[in-house]
Design a protein around this ligand. Structure first.
Ligand code: NAP
Length: 529
């Protein structure tokens, strides 16, 4: 059986950087990736309109300053092919591909207490051992196919946005159903509408949106950013959001109506989904939140011609930004087109999928294609799908049945030498992902280096530190309005999943300091031997 210092699962932004760091230190590392090439999220999500809601100049690695200067992002917000091109370039330049086995899922891993190693198995029956197992499997990587009766009876074509065919799908002249109106639906619906003969949008919950205001990259703005890249990167590292946006400088309830209107006009004109960061009380005060939600709805009312449709598109059942905010590019205007129909699933729920289309309580909507923009088993799904077995033979999925438990979002009691990159209990999805990924990868690498220098072979979160961390993360989340929404942040999109607010809300800056303090004090909260 082959023996390695580490196994890395996943070749997205996390796995690639992790591989680079460990290889630079001369460790033997084997990577596995389910896809046929690198890219992770950006490998799989190729649906029409797939684009990053974080700005291109900040959504990239910060550890390659020369590439920062050389790389040109053509748009303010990059489309999926541009981001994949960047990731491919990095993987090629740093010669990372050769350390990954592609088209291979890790299916099992069990910790051997006698040797302090992980025994890792793949779906193809390979077995290998490694001192460390690093799950760089992403927060939004396990597609959610909803359990709708008759789904297999459909005679036409069906696609999940997170598993979009690599050679594209020709929707011209077709009657298309899109189920789901989260970030993905909102990005793809205008593009699908531009091709389809007829489009039926099945909306269960309207989502809060801010305008993206995407545009070609402004040469002057690009140059100005590049001239200060190091400073911008440092500001991002030290920020709550992991990005360079103004943060926590306005208390909404201190503003009169006219002042607030002016302030939100300014924010909406800037665009981008960081609307939640400038405001101190947006996510703690219902009253403040409702004022912003009302402003947002008025925008929709001014953009959608049919007042009934406009009202349906206004999110009313959860506070603003308590589900991941969506960034829209002509989404609302799409519903002014005569071939686009909004179906309100609250009024007329889906009863079944039939051979000819989607049957709601009202009627059968006959379609040729169904697009499932129905999201992911987020944050835990990619981890609990693997048979991860700890020191007592316990499965991670059993340990996490009542919600994920871990320490710092990085390690789990009972699962020594296992690290999760951007795991639940870390800031991850509430920040610009690449910033959070880099913080985790660097912390893990430094921890492994520290252990190596001391001849330590085993690190494990203590149950006590884990309990305190989970309580702290839960209490921090519960002090906000976030848990009120039936979002994937709380697992509400997956029937039967425990309802726990999973991300860490206090910001990447505070989190980074906490992780650094743990390391500086000799990895307090971990037992090392
Ligand atoms: P999502 O936010 O979970 O949205 C899924 C949609 O499908 C929701 O509208 C949901 O309705 C609906 N749905 C699920 N099951 C259904 C059912 N059985 N019947 C009818 N409707 C159903 O998933 P997503 O849009 O793929 O986005 C997930 C996350 O990916 C985003 O929040 C974001 O973090 C990330 N993302 C990022 C970018 C980017 O810019 N980088 C782009 C796209 C996505 P309910 O709301 O009622 O559950």
């Amino acid at each position: 059986m082959n023996k390695y210092d580490a196994v890395i699962v996943g070749a997205g932004f996390s796995g690639l950087y992790m591989m680079h760091r460990l290889r630079e230190r001369g460790l033997s590392v084997q990577g596995f990736e389910a896809g046929s090439d690198v890219g992770g999220t950006w490998y799989w999500n190729r649906y029409p309109g797939a684009r990053c809601d974080s700005e291109s100049l900040s959504y990239s690695y910060s550890f390659l300053p020369e590439l920062d200067q050389a790389w040109h992002w053509p748009e303010r917000y990059s489309e999926q092919p541009e981001i994949l091109k960047y990731i491919n370039h990095v993987a090629t330049t740093l010669a990372l591909r050769e350390h990954f086995e592609f088209n291979t899922r890790v299916s099992s891993a069990s910790f051997e207490t006698t040797t302090n190693t992980w025994c890792v198995g793949t779906e193809h029956g390979e077995q290998l051992t490694a001192r460390f197992l690093i799950m760089a499997t992403g927060c939004l990587s396990m597609p959610n196919w909803p359990k709708i009766a008759g789904i297999d009876d459909f005679r036409g074509e069906r696609f999940h946005t997170g598993l979009w065919p690599h050679d594209g799908v020709d929707l011209r002249g077709k009657r298309v159903a899109v189920i789901g109106t989260g970030s993905t639906g909102i990005q793809s619906i205008p593009r699908i509408a531009s091709q389809a003969e007829e489009l039926f949008v099945f909306q269960r919950t309207a989502n809060h949106c801010v305008p993206a205001h995407n545009s070609p990259m402004d040469a002057e703005a690009e140059q100005a950013y590049k001239s200060r890249y190091a400073e911008m990167r440092e500001a991002a590292r030290r920020s709550m959001s992991g990005d360079v946006v103004r943060e926590a400088y306005i208390n909404i309830m201190d503003l009169g109506d006219a002042e607030l209107h002016e302030e939100l006009d300014r924010t909406w004109a800037l665009g981008g989904f960081y609307t939640q960061y400038p405001y101190t009380d947006l996510l703690t005060s219902h009253e403040a939140n409702e004022r912003v939600a009302e402003y947002s709805c008025n925008h929709i009312r001014s953009r959608v011609r049919d007042p009934r449709v406009a009202e349906l598109l206004c999110a009313k059942d959860h506070p603003f930004a308590t589900k991941r905010l969506c960034a829209d590019s002509f989404y609302f205007e799409t519903f002014n087109e005569s071939h686009v129909h909004l179906i309100d699933l609250k009024a007329t729920p889906i009863h079944a999928i039939e051979a000819a289309g989607v049957r709601t309580s009202e009627r059968l909507h006959e379609v040729d294609v169904i697009v499932f923009a129905t999201g992911f088993d987020a944050m835990t799904g990619a981890l609990t799908r693997v048979d991860l077995q700890g020191t007592q033979g316990q499965m991670l999925r059993e340990v996490w049945q009542q919600g994920p438990v871990n320490y710092l979002g990085l390690g789990v009691a009972g699962f020594p030498n296992l690290f999760t990159v951007t795991g639940p209990g870390s800031p991850s999805v509430l920040t610009t992902m690449v910033s959070s990924i880099e913080q985790h990868v660097e912390w893990i690498d430094e921890c492994m280096d520290w252990m190596g220098n001391r001849g330590a072979t085993r690190i494990e979160a203590t149950p006590d530190a884990q309990t305190k961390w989970v309580d702290y993360v839960n209490q921090s989340g519960n002090a906000t309005l976030f848990p009120e929404a039936n979002s994937w942040y709380v697992g509400a999109n997956i029937p039967g999943k425990a309802r726990v607010f999973m991300p860490y809300v206090n910001g990447l800056n505070i989190y980074r300091d906490q992780c650094d303090a743990v390391a500086d004090e000799g990895y307090t909260g971990f037992e090392i031997s």
